[in-house]
Design a protein around this ligand. Structure first.
Ligand SMILES: *Cc1c(COP(=O)(O)O)cnc(C)c1O
Ligand code: SF4
Length: 341
């Protein structure tokens, strides 16, 4: 990874008064280990330090806890060829590049994203696509990365075309943060690249209602006008969105923008991320507080990606308990009700 590039990024944080010059020396060490980048749009449109802390490096990142892993969700053990992660039978992640618009300080792939870990070679792309072609169980291909929307539109268009042409692939999904952090890059070229005969879905990564300013709303609308449904995934982060009011605002703002909240991720145990961690009991309590208070449309599924590569599991509050043949069901206000089958 290019250290020079990373330090330049730190310098721009200094210029914006996001860090002090005393902090800079320590942060250069962080930047040597994990990439740093904050997009122009984020710098211009975000005033809240709570939101910015998703991108501004912190010295705590050098504090790697014993249970933190360089591959927290076990991508590598499920990678049959470079650029493909095949964990569930019917869908694969396709990761043509490892570059992002921003580098989130809590990223679960932080060991593997950044400049210098750029892009699959043409041969590697061919092998990844061949794997999808010869695996008829694959119903859905999920473009991930890195951020697939960082690819030049012509490159992305070619990949979308090749994947669309595979008969057994019915759904193409994109996991991206670009419409949130660099909405001005949702260009006519990008929209064109996403055209496909197959069903196309986008899942945007967004963690705070403050990230959704007018420019972002407009970018989302452009994508929706192409007939593309948009869902969201968020990460539960200490100091960013770990109270029910903030989650409520986040989910309501997404729905107001016709984006369906899909997942709220419990933070993966990536290296140097413990300062963002919210414990599972608190996460479940937050989800319980939201139930009934906001509509079903505004509810996300709270999930943990089981360390070691066992996949995502819903871990929200448990409303049902059982005693022999008798069930006890808790309603949204916390009252227990007996239920028999
Ligand atoms: C998260 C993930 C998916 C997508 O899971 P969904 O529950 O369908 O959103 C697919 N493959 C891998 C390897 C994943 O980590
Ligand atoms: S945009 Fe996604 S992949 Fe890139 S650093 Fe953020 S969380 Fe990681």
């Amino acid at each position: 990874m290019s250290t020079k590039n990373n330090i330049k990024n730190c310098q721009s944080l200094l210029d914006k008064d996001l860090i002090t010059s005393e902090e800079l020396t320590g942060l250069e060490k962080v930047a040597q280990k994990f990439s740093v980048s904050i997009s122009k749009s984020v710098l211009e449109n975000t005033s809240s330090p709570d939101v910015l802390k998703q991108y501004v490096p912190a010295i705590e990142e050098l504090d790697v806890k014993e249970d933190e892993l360089d591959d927290p969700i076990g991508d590598s053990i499920h990678s049959p060829v470079k650029g493909i992660v095949h964990r569930y039978p019917d869908r694969v992640l396709f990761k043509p590049l490892h570059v992002c618009e921003v580098y989130c300080r809590f990223c679960f792939r932080r060991e593997n994203v950044g400049r210098g870990k750029e892009i699959l070679s043409n041969e590697e792309i061919d092998s990844a696509i061949q794997y999808i072609e010869k695996t008829p169980e694959i119903f859905e291909v999920i473009f991930s990365g890195g951020d697939p929307f960082v690819l030049a539109p012509e490159k992305l268009a070619k990949l979308v075309k090749r994947i669309s042409d595979i008969e057994h692939v019915q759904v193409i999904r994109f996991h991206t943060r670009l419409p949130i952090v660099s909405p001005e890059k949702v260009s006519a070229g990008l929209l064109e690249a996403l055209e496909s005969e197959k069903a196309v879905f986008i899942v945007v990564h967004c963690n705070s209602h403050e990230e959704i300013h007018d420019g972002v709303s407009l970018a989302l609308k452009k994508l929706q006008k192409e007939g593309i449904p948009i869902l969201s995934q968020s990460v539960l982060l200490k100091g960013v969105n770990d109270c029910s009011e903030k989650l409520e605002q986040l989910f309501r703002t997404l729905v107001k923008n016709r984006v369906k909240p899909y997942y709220l991720h419990h933070l993966d145990k990536a290296e140097g991320t413990s300062h963002f961690r919210v414990d599972l009991t608190s996460g479940q309590e937050l989800m319980k507080e939201l139930r009934g208070k906001v509509s079903g449309l505004c509810q996300a599924n709270y999930v943990i990606d089981v360390p070691g590569g066992f996949g995502k599991v819903p871990v929200g509050h448990n409303y049902v308990s059982q005693d022999g043949k008798e069930f006890f069901i808790e309603d949204w206000q916390g009252c227990q009700h007996k239920y028999f089958d």
